[in-house]
Design a protein around this ligand. Structure first.
Ligand SMILES: [Zn+2]
Ligand SMILES: [Zn+2]
Length: 322
């Protein structure tokens, strides 16, 4: 490890910086590729005891992991923190749960080194321009790439398997194979193919959502984590048929046609199935005249929205004004 005078420390010889909004795991795999070693060997040498692929490492950083990165790179602690999903605390969610489910984060369903769920999305065009994975591609509120104007995908279009880029290095145990992160690790399909253009309204919805997440504030509901909590709650109501708490879904099916129906929780649905619910939730949270219309015409009850948590005052007020 060369000693860098200006930093007064030794850094990894073939250090490469993370790209904008890059996920830790994506940068880590690229870093090990730059050193021409398997991620397992690199981890064993520099991070003894740390698990990388048998846990959701992007969602569960440890102080140990942060410290080794700090000691071996020119990165500041702030930049290191920004590689992990925990950095959405106070923006997407109020409190991060280090031991499991956190609102707004897509689950991977980790079984050993494999993934059961399609919890990592991607933009085919971004992967073509620069093959790395972004942090916002792990979120339930991400559907469109606003840079490219295309819909995000959640699996390989060819073999339908989830995206598990670290498995690209599998194969001969002693041979280091360096493949682009833009390939499917199951069938080698080029994931940069077949992008689907987003509509203007989809693009607008996503850019509003991204903006709220970035600034941490929404015009109507103030703190962004309150906004996203309400947003998740609405999406959840839309996703389930329910005799007691089903008025919103019924009203929206009347307005927009049948909505997808699945036994599983919304978090496990495919991105295509979740998209129509996302669009309706955007309309309800952004267009208060539409919400008022639903309240009046379908006799919606405040209790349906507030059954699990305290509603933001501005949202409650729309009901109370009727
Ligand atoms: Zn893109
Ligand atoms: Zn595939």
């Amino acid at each position: 490890m060369p000693f860098i005078d200006s930093l007064q420390k030794n850094i990894w010889a073939l250090y490469i910086p993370p790209f904008p909004d890059e996920l830790f795991s994506s940068w880590y795999l690229r870093l090990t590729q730059a050193h021409a070693v398997k991620s397992h060997s690199f981890g064993k040498y520099y991070f003894p005891g740390q698990q990388f692929w048998t846990r959701d490492v992007d969602n569960m950083p440890t102080d140990y992991l942060r410290k080794i990165i700090f000691d071996s790179t020119p990165l500041t602690y702030n930049t290191i923190e920004s590689l992990f999903l925990t950095s959405y605390q106070s923006y997407l969610f109020e409190n991060h749960n280090p031991n499991g489910f956190t609102s707004g984060i897509l689950p991977l369903g980790i079984v050993h080194r494999k993934r059961k769920h399609k919890g990592l999305l991607y933009c085919p065009n971004c992967l073509k321009n620069n093959p790395y994975y972004k942090k916002k591609w792990r979120l339930t509120i991400s559907y469109v790439c606003c840079d490219c104007g295309v819909l995000l995908k959640d699996c390989c279009p060819e073999c339908k398997n989830p995206i598990v880029f670290h498995r690209l290095e599998q194969g001969d145990k002693n041979k280091v194979t360096i493949l682009s992160l833009s390939l499917c690790s199951h069938c080698n399909y080029d994931l940069t193919e077949n992008s689907v253009k987003a509509t203007q309204i989809q693009l607008l919805n996503q850019s509003n959502i991204n903006n709220i997440l970035q600034v941490g504030y929404s015009d109507h509901i103030q703190y962004s984590f309150h906004y996203f909590h309400l947003f998740q709650n609405i999406t959840n109501l839309l996703s389930r048929r329910n005799n007691t708490w089903g008025r919103l879904r019924k009203a929206c099916e009347f307005e927009f046609g049948p909505l997808p129906e699945r036994e599983e929780n919304f978090y496990f649905w495919s991105v295509e199935e979740r998209l129509p619910l996302f669009e309706i939730a955007c309309k309800i949270t952004n267009d208060h005249s539409f919400l008022k219309y639903l309240i009046v015409n379908y006799n919606l009850r405040l209790s349906e929205f507030s059954k699990d948590y305290k509603l933001p005052y501005s949202f409650e007020k729309i009901f109370k004004d009727y």
